[in-house]
Design a protein around this ligand. Structure first.
Ligand SMILES: Cc1cc2nc3c(=O)[nH]c(=O)nc-3n(C[C@H](O)[C@H](O)[C@H](O)COP(=O)(O)OP(=O)(O)OC[C@H]3O[C@@H](n4cnc5c(N)ncnc54)[C@H](O)[C@@H]3O)c2cc1C
Length: 254
C-alpha cells in the first residue's frame, strides 16, 4: 500500500559533488518498503513528483540518494535538516529475493547503485560490481564492502579500480565463478550488456529500469517500456509493473 507522508529530513550529506544523501523520518513507508521500490517526491515548486529509489530502511527511517540533474533535483537538494518533504511511497515492484539462489551477484552503475545497497544487505553473501564514470563519482564503496562478500569498483576512464565498463568486469568474473542470479540497475547501455551476458550464460537476471516517469502510479503511461510479449501485454509500465523486471520480460530500447 502506498502512503503520502510529510516527512522530516533528519540527515543530509553531499557525498560527492552534486550527489545528496538524505534520510527522512517515514515510519509508514519504512514499515512496508521492499528492496528496489522507489519514492515519488514532491521537490517543491511547480514540478511533477520525481522518482528516487529507496537506498536503505531502518528504525522507521528511509534513506535515499540522488544526483542533481535538472530543476526538480536541484530544488530537492535545497531542503535542509528539519524541513518537511512530501513523499509518496513505497511504489513499484521491487527485486524478488529467491531463497533457493546460492550465488547471486549485483551489478550497479552510476545512480543505479543506490537501490542495490538495501538489496546487498538483505542478500548477505553477494559479490558486487559497481561502475562509475570516474574517481570523483565513486560513492558507497565502503558501505557495500561492509555488507557484501566482495566488491569490485570500476571507472569508465580508469581513474580508480577496474578500468573500463563494469559489465565487462562482471563478464570476466563469470568465466571463473558460478552465479545463479544477477541483480542490476544502471544506465541503459549497461543494462543491455548485463542482459546479454546473463542470457548468453542462462543466468536469471533482474533489471531495474530507471525510466523517465510521470505520475508514478500507473495512470499516465510516460514510463512505458516494451516487453517481449505481444498484443495488449506488449508494453508495461515501469512505475507499477516495474521498475524491476526479469531480463527475459523486457526489450531494452534507448
Ligand atoms: C524508478 C526510478 C528510480 C530512480 N532512482 C534514482 C535514485 O535513486 N537516485 C537518482 O539520482 N536518480 C534516480 N532516478 C532518476 C531521477 O528520477 C531523475 O534524475 C530525476 O527525475 C530528474 O529530475 P530533474 O527535474 O532534476 O531533471 P529533469 O529536468 O527532469 O531532467 C534533467 C536531465 O536528466 C535526464 N533524466 C530525467 N529523468 C531521468 C531518468 N529517469 N534517468 C536518466 N536521466 C533522466 C533528462 O533527460 C535531462 O537530461 C530514478 C528514476 C526512476 C524512474
Amino acid at each position: 500500500m502506498k502512503h503520502t507522508e510529510l516527512c522530516k529530513l533528519i540527515l543530509k550529506t553531499e557525498i560527492a559533488d552534486g550527489i545528496f544523501d538524505f534520510t527522512i523520518d517515514a515510519p509508514k513507508i519504512a514499515a512496508e518498503a521492499q528492496c528496489g521500490q522507489f519514492l515519488h517526491i514532491d521537490c517543491g515548486g511547480a514540478f511533477l513528483r520525481r522518482p528516487i529509489s529507496i537506498c536503505d530502511v531502518y528504525d522507521g527511517k528511509v534513506r535515499f540518494i540522488f544526483e542533481v540533474k535538472g530543476e526538480g533535483t536541484k530544488a530537492l537538494a535545497k531542503y535542509e535538516v528539519g524541513d518537511l518533504i512530501d513523499v509518496m511511497g513505497p511504489l513499484g515492484h521491487g527485486f524478488e529475493i529467491d531463497g533457493s539462489v546460492k550465488n547471486p551477484i549485483i551489478i550497479g552503475g552510476g545512480i543505479g547503485v543506490f537501490p542495490l545497497y538495501n538489496l546487498a544487505k538483505k542478500l548477505k553473501n553477494v559479490d558486487v560490481f559497481l561502475g562509475f564514470r570516474n574517481k570523483d563519482r565513486v560513492v558507497m564503496e565502503k558501505e557495500f564492502e561492509d555488507v557484501s562478500d566482495m566488491v569490485i569498483v570500476g571507472t569508465d576512464d580508469g581513474s580508480y579500480g577496474y578500468s573500463g565498463y563494469i559489465a565487462a568486469a562482471a563478464e570476466q568474473y563469470l568465466s571463473f565463478h558460478d552465479c545463479d542470479m544477477i541483480y542490476s540497475c544502471g544506465p541503459m547501455p549497461m543494462l543491455k550488456a548485463v542482459k546479454k551476458l546473463a542470457e548468453e550464460r542462462g543466468i536469471r537476471c533482474q533489471l531495474s529500469l530507471e525510466q523517465r516517469m510521470g505520475c508514478g502510479i500507473g495512470a499516465c503511461l510516460v514510463c512505458s517500456c516494451e516487453t517481449t510479449k505481444s498484443g495488449s501485454d506488449k508494453y508495461a509500465r515501469v512505475c507499477t509493473n516495474g521498475p524491476v523486471f526479469y531480463s527475459e520480460e523486457v526489450t531494452l530500447n534507448d
